[in-house]
Design a protein around this ligand. Structure first.
Ligand code: ADP
Ligand code: ZN
Ligand code: ZN
Length: 730
């Protein structure tokens, strides 16, 4: 073992100039206790700064007279697990970011947002004292709070405020009336599971096989297992059983889901199975509460952590397994900051460092992942059938051009109208997906043909009827619907295309007996609204759930027998190398919401380009056929997984942006990148957002591009972002 004579310390300052490891002497008295990951106080110039020990060495790298000593450790235990220090180093190298920024991901929540540490390991907890209180009739918020609280008796104040959609003052009012008690308590459990039953299921032979495959990998080579199972095939049950085994071995697990709010059902199943050994990282908690939770995880007193993307860094000290559910989802790609990581790769690296196992689960694996499974880099486990032989829903495709030429002017095809009519009077439910919110997608002048655009962004404005205004979906710009065309003063402005809001209105007109409820970014803005809408639908308060791609994800409503998809080919028109893949995934996912209960399901897909292979293969539930076609295109074009793609985006004032982007392209050519591997420089498909112009270069390469932090200096107003294997290119 290296002697701990000198320590490499990353000083916690966010500036490129200090993005290197500084060597300090380790005082004799600290040599036994100081470890990698310890937070320490060090002299730095004339100041004292915090830093993190990232390595030890017995060799001196600086001039002896310049060497200074670590002053003291700031905590008894290392704040960062040594394996997470390694992971941070890898992140910074792989994604051309700062080591210090990478380390931020490994720190407790509070220290990430300021230097203060929240030392209190308590949270505000509300206890219901009077379950049948007399409340004033005009106090609906108080009533909601009591209703939410009643079945549980006690919950986190932050959670109650979010779920019941009340303000803290409502809580104080209830406290004053003696209805509830609010007090600080050490928090024992973060998410109170709805009391769902957890029937002990016997695995199907296919599920058993999958579990065996995973356990065998865990014992041996530990390659990531890609669990490819059709929707409703029992993947979640496989995760549960593998986790149970991991816990039996004294190890711990992380379960990653694309978005916490979208997966209440999965959370409840985990909580029901593993009780208080589970904790859910969710953003409704306050900073102090998240800090407390982080400490419990770091201490090793919870064993299963469920969360979105960033939970991949949860500091479980005995990590044995990471599950990525719906591994193809693009929310797994970090899109902010200098380290734009792909969670899948981080999970695999983290497990490699600690000897853990990775499971990637999906009904529609990312083309990259399936390719790796076929290559033997991952191991494939398949669940080709739904449990209990429930059939996959029959999918019908309707050509909307045909409908139009036959005189049908409705947004619903005749087939969808028939099926909707058949729902009336039954207790079956339907989901209708339209991947576009608002009322009309754009407003066009019929005389001059101009579209009303956002003044800041290169996109059309969307008309929102509820507020009778035009909104930009990329910036905060809003304006009134003008009476006259701003270009030619014509009065013939017309709304074109439809969004979810108009869809709901048309449905109400054509089928007044069908009550509907809408799930999209507009109806879920308030905290807790998302869960509330799903709850209402689950309780049958609405028969039709209308929404954007949000309705396609992971929902399990046994009464849904009909799924309608309007304008299924909308997503094919995005200028993106993954548009076919996204379309196939979306159609397959939403189709999978139908027929999950006793009754078989139907799916009706309306499209203007019905012969496209992404739509045809989704119709036959044929992932392999889709994959073969798509991988052929990727190979021919040199796209991932065959080659790497890097996107360099410049944004800022028009002239400077173009100059900067051209300079970067010239630099890349100079570095030996072939001209045919360079796409651009050209304006990004979204050429202007929030008043800033955007230009980009795309680079294809066989190996991940190294050395990109040496890009040439550009004008100070230009922001340059580098994205490796980007998930979108708008
Ligand atoms: P997926 O995650 O693949 O969509 P789930 O794990 O949610 O599938 O399973 C779908 C449904 O089938 C759930 O209601 C689940 O409780 C049930 N289920 C899963 N495995 C079994 C089994 N072996 N026997 C009976 N029911 C099962
Ligand atoms: Zn006009
Ligand atoms: Zn805008």
């Amino acid at each position: 073992m290296e002697q701990k004579l000198y320590a490499g310390v990353i000083v916690d300052v966010r500036a490129e100039a200090v993005n290197r490891i500084f060597q300090y002497a380790v005082p004799e008295s600290l040599r036994d206790t100081l470890q990698i990951g310890h937070r320490v106080l060090v002299p730095f110039g004339s100041r004292k700064l915090e830093g993190y020990v990232v390595e030890f060495s017995s060799e001196l790298d600086v001039e002896p007279q310049k060497l200074r000593s670590i002053l003291k450790p700031l905590d008894p235990e290392p704040v960062i697990l040594p394996s997470l220090v390694e992971l941070a180093r890898w992140l910074a190298e792989t994604y051309a970011g700062l080591f210090s920024e990478a380390l931020q991901h490994m720190l407790p929540p509070a220290t990430r947002y300021g230097r203060e540490r929240v030392g209190v390991k308590t949270a505000q907890v509300v206890t219901l004292l009077d379950p049948q209180p007399r409340l004033r009739p005009n106090a609906p918020a108080q009533r909601r709070a009591v209703e939410v609280l009643r079945p549980r008796g006690k919950m986190l104040a932050a959670e109650l405020v979010a779920v019941a959609e009340i303000s803290p003052s409502t809580l104080r009012a209830l406290e004053k009336q003696g209805v509830v008690r609010v007090e600080k308590e050490r928090v024992e459990r973060k998410v109170e599971p709805d009391p769902v039953a957890d029937p002990a299921v016997e695995l199907t032979p296919k599920q058993q096989e999958a579990v065996q495959t995973i356990l065998a990998e865990m014992e041996g080579p530990r390659r990531p297992v890609l669990l490819h199972g059709v929707t409703g095939s029992g993947k979640t049950e496989v995760y549960l059983q593998v986790i149970a085994e991991v816990l039996r071995q004294g190890k711990q697990a992380i379960v990653l889901v694309p978005e916490i709010a979208l997966t209440p059902q999965i959370l409840n199943r985990f909580a029901a199975r593993f009780k208080d050994r589970v904790t859910v990282l969710h953003s409704a908690l306050s900073l102090g509460e998240r800090f407390d939770q982080w400490c419990k995880i770091r201490e090793g007193s919870v064993d299963v952590v469920i969360g979105a993307r960033s939970a991949v860094f949860a500091p479980l000290p005995r990590l044995g397994l990471i599950v990525l559910d719906e591994e193809h989802e693009r929310t797994y790609k970090q899109e902010d900051g200098s380290i734009r990581y792909q969670t899948r790769e981080v999970a695999i690296k983290r497990c490699a460092l600690v000897g853990g196992q990775v499971i990637l689960g999906s009904a529609t694996p990312a083309v990259e992942s399936y390719h790796k499974a076929l290559q033997g880099e991952y191991v494939l486990a398949e669940l080709p059938e739904r449990v209990e032989q429930r059939p996959l829903p029959a999918v019908e495709i309707v050509d909307m051009r045909e409908e139009f030429s036959q005189g049908n002017r409705s947004m619903f095809s005749r087939r969808l109208q028939e099926e909707l009519a058949a729902l009336v009077g039954t207790d079956s439910q339907a989901i209708i997906l339209l991947n576009r919110r608002g009322f009309a997608s754009f407003v066009l002048c019929r005389e001059c043909g101009q579209v009303l655009n956002c003044p800041n962004c290169q996109v059309s404005l969307t008309y929102h009827k509820g507020i009778n205004r035009l909104k930009c979906h990329y910036c905060l710009h809003q304006e009134e619907l003008p009476i006259k065309c701003p270009h030619c003063a014509s009065r013939y402005l017309r709304q074109f295309g439809v969004g979810t809001e108009q869809l709901q209105e048309v449905l109400a007109k054509e089928f007044p007996q069908l009550r509907s409820i809408r799930l999209d970014a507009d109806t879920t803005r308030r905290k807790g609204a998302h869960a509330a809408i799903l709850r209402q639908f689950a309780q049958g308060q609405a028969q039709v759930l209308i929404g954007t791609q949000m309705v396609a994800k992971g929902l399990d409503f046994p009464k849904v027998t009909l799924v309608g998809v309007l304008a299924a080919d909308l997503s094919l028109r995005f200028p993106d190398i993954r548009s076919s893949e996204r379309t196939f995934q979306l159609l397959t996912q939403v189709a999978g919401r139908s027929g999950r209960g006793e009754l078989p399901g139907k799916v009706i897909v309306q499209a203007y380009e019905p012969t496209h292979f992404a739509i045809q293969t989704a119709r036959s539930h044929d992932y392999l056929a889709f994959y073969r076609k798509e991988i052929g295109f990727r190979r021919a074009l040199g796209y991932p997984p065959f080659r790497h793609l890097t996107r360099i985006l410049c944004s800022g004032p028009q002239k400077e942006v173009e100059e900067a982007c051209r300079a970067i392209a010239a630099y890349l050519l100079q570095q030996g990148i072939a001209e045919r591997d360079l796409m651009g420089p050209f304006p990004a498909p979204l050429g202007r957002i929030q008043g800033r112009y955007r230009w980009q270069v795309l680079v294809k390469s066989d190996l991940p591009l190294a050395g990109l932090n040496n890009l040439p200096a550009v004008h100070g107003d230009v922001q340059v972002t580098v994205d490796f294997d980007p998930q979108h290119m708008l």
